[in-house]
Design a protein around this ligand. Structure first.
Ligand code: PRT
Ligand code: ZN
Length: 288
């Protein structure tokens, strides 16, 4: 049997589906067979190893998998060791936050001195406290951290937050950010099989292309020449736009730009207010 490269992804959970979508958007056709631990890619020598997210760094570090897709928070908690974060992937975004019961005063990490703080991320929290020069007691929990203050187990918590609904439902308020997280591609010290180096390279390049095109939009419009500086300022994350003349109109130009950030209705309104017309926003499928 010829060698195959392995990517460890979360089975189910918050990252599983998005991880598979990323692999498929990169042009790798995933065969979902009866074996839900190992999925084969049919058009490249790649297998997906579907496991618990907490196990992914270990698998990659031990060379059982060549790459892994995991939350940066998991990597950080474990200590990076022989692992490298290749790139952020643009999904699974969340913040690790310190939260306290509503009404409790907070004026920086100093306010945590001597408190009990519940978390499932004791090492990350410990480093945060160390950096701030604050001593506090860390209560390590496996889950349901948000109920700890109500149970008088702790006076504060450190947990992941995405919408904030969980904190709110438990009468807690986020007061500080320990780290920002999102899904990241990680790799170990070396690719197990040297023959697969080009496959590894292609995974990285294609993922980069997919991640870069996510959220990015191609924006086109006509605009008076005089508004160009204003329009460049409004376009989110666009770099230098392409400007071309319009036939039979010396005062106006066509402006094309790739916007790296989301283009909202407010952006379009601002563009129109600056004199732009015939504004089109198109999705980008691939980018390299
Ligand atoms: O079974 P397995 O061990 O694989 O999964 P898991 O239960 O450990 O992880 P899972 O699927 O919950 O999360 C996987 C990864 O998703 C995490 O490691 C993060 O990188 C990322 N992620 C993004 C989140 C969240 N957003 C998130 N909101 N992980 C957890 N949460 C939890 C948080 O802990 C809190 O309980 O959601 C709640 C808060 O959500 P909001 O929306 O109410 O703020
Ligand atoms: Zn987990």
């Amino acid at each position: 049997m010829s060698a195959r490269l392995r990517i460890a992804v979360q089975r189910g959970g918050r990252l599983g589906t998005k991880s598979l979508e990323l692999v498929e958007s990169a042009g790798f056709r995933v065969m979902r067979g009866a074996n839900d631990l190992l999925y084969r890619v049919e058009n490249a020598p790649i297998d997906l190893l579907c496991v618990r997210d907490d196990d992914i760094p270990t698998f990659v570090e031990d060379g059982v998998a060549d790459f892994g897709i995991v939350g940066r928070n998991v990597l950080e908690e474990r200590g990076v060791g022989g692992l490298t974060e290749v790139m952020p992937l643009g999904f699974g975004r969340c913040d690790m936050k310190i939260a306290v019961p509503a009404g409790r005063a907070y004026s920086g990490a100093e306010s945590l001195r001597g408190l009990r703080i519940a978390t499932t991320y004791p090492r990350t929290l410990s480093r945060f406290l160390e950096r701030a020069g604050v001593e506090a007691e860390i209560v390590s929990m496996r889950g349901a951290v948000e109920v700890a203050p109500r149970l008088k187990l702790a006076q504060a918590i450190c947990d992941l937050v995405s919408t904030g609904a969980t904190l709110e439902a438990n009468g807690l308020v986020a007061v500080d950010t320990v780290m920002r997280s999102e899904a990241v591609l990680i790799r170990g010290a070396r690719i197990a099989d040297a023959e697969l180096a080009h496959v590894a390279e292609s995974i990285v390049q294609r993922f980069r292309g997919v991640a870069a095109s996510q959220g990015a939009k191609y924006v086109m419009m006509n605009a008076p020449k005089a508004s160009l500086p204003e329009i460049s300022r409004i376009l989110p994350g666009a770099g230098a736009p392409t400007v071309t003349p319009l036939a039979g109109n010396d005062d106006a130009v066509a402006v094309h730009a790739v916007c790296q950030e989301s283009v909202f209705w407010e952006t379009l309104e601002a563009l129109r207010a600056a004199g732009a017309s015939a504004i089109l926003v198109l999705p980008i499928e691939k980018m390299m």
